[in-house]
Design a protein around this ligand. Structure first.
Ligand SMILES: CC(C)(COP(=O)(O)OP(=O)(O)OC[C@H]1O[C@@H](n2cnc3c(N)ncnc32)[C@H](O)[C@@H]1OP(=O)(O)O)[C@@H](O)C(=O)NCCC(=O)NCCS
Length: 152
């Protein structure tokens, strides 16, 4: 329900939840939540295994999606904290690149070290901004910005 106002498309709550439960996309990933000491949910997102846009960047990349904070808890840094903690943990587990499709102004992600992904990734972006962050604050090597275009 955290992202209901953004993704509910004015569906009745029950229909929206049914669509989430049935979502093929959601079944592919793992949801992570940030909660306080009393178990109150503060922010959440999903992490997908990803062969980084056809192996362009790394075999150990993941996609992060559906970042959401309950409406009454927004602008308190919870989404930023969730992503920062999550990426630190995933990096320790060997993940070396993170992708996000930003539906919003990219500032939130830029502050966490994301930069716009190589242009060749844009064909799948459907109006969102694909963003990439390499583990260990590495920058994106120039050769990763080249290679075959999607049409090739
Ligand atoms: C986007 C969202 C997850 C941010 O959650 P949050 O816990 O409020 O995020 P933070 O407090 O960590 O935000 C830090 C900064 O990111 C930026 N930011 C946050 N939400 C933003 C939004 N909707 N649009 C543009 N910038 C945003 C702001 O710079 C914010 O700083 P501020 O609070 O001083 O203005 C939340 O607004 C939400 O759930 N929205 C609906 C779902 C959605 O659109 N998700 C984004 C998918 S890409």
């Amino acid at each position: 329900m955290m992202g209901y106002d953004a993704w509910g498309a004015e569906l009745p709550v029950e229909m929206y939840l049914d669509s989430c439960q049935a979502s093929y996309k959601y079944k592919q990933g793992t949801f992570y939540v940030l909660q306080d000491d009393f178990g109150k949910l503060l922010s959440s997102c999903i992490v997908y295994p990803l062969t980084a846009f056809g192996g362009v960047v790394s075999e150990r990349a993941v996609g992060i999606g559906s970042l959401a904070t309950p409406a009454q808890q927004r602008h308190r840094g919870f989404a930023t904290l969730l992503l920062a903690m999550l990426m630190e943990r995933l990096e320790a587990e060997g993940v070396d690149a993170f992708f996000i499709h930003s539906d919003i102004h990219p500032r939130l992600y830029e502050n966490l070290g994301f930069a716009p992904a190589p242009e060749k990734c844009y064909d799948k972006s459907e109006g969102t901004i694909p963003m990439l962050r390499l583990a260990g604050d590495r920058s994106i090597a120039p050769e990763l910005w080249q290679g075959p275009t999607p049409a090739e």
